[in-house]
Design a protein. Sequence first.
Length: 154
Amino acid sequence: MSLKLGFLKYLTVNHILMSLLPLFVLILVFYFRTDIERLALEQVESLLKGYVKQRVVTPYFVLQNYSEENIDYEHIYTLLKPQGTYIKSVEEKKVDLDNIELSFIYFGKDKYVIINGNLYREGDISLEGFKIDRIEMERVKIIWGSTEKWLYIY
């Protein structure tokens, strides 16, 4: 099997150079990339110079007298020591369902409500202990224990 290279007689120097030009440009960009990045960054900074203001921010506090000897580890341990907590169950809490205020309903792809100043989604348990069961366009169904109540937006 012989390789026929008869087409090479039709190639000119111009054709060879044009076919190698993209490779040559790629090599140049790779070789000078840090210089190109620096120049591009300088150009962007010069364009934004009139629009972006730099300002010095000073902290509101300064740490003073810090040393290992000044640390009261016993005090830190007492602050971080877990304290006994007691969480009341839903049955033990007294919830006045008549004083619950529904102030906002968002009904879209996601559903949100604001009840007593707190943001909830469907299925959440409120701070008072009732469950946000269903959110509809103009009303919200809450459940506390076996009691169900609809809240309406006014």
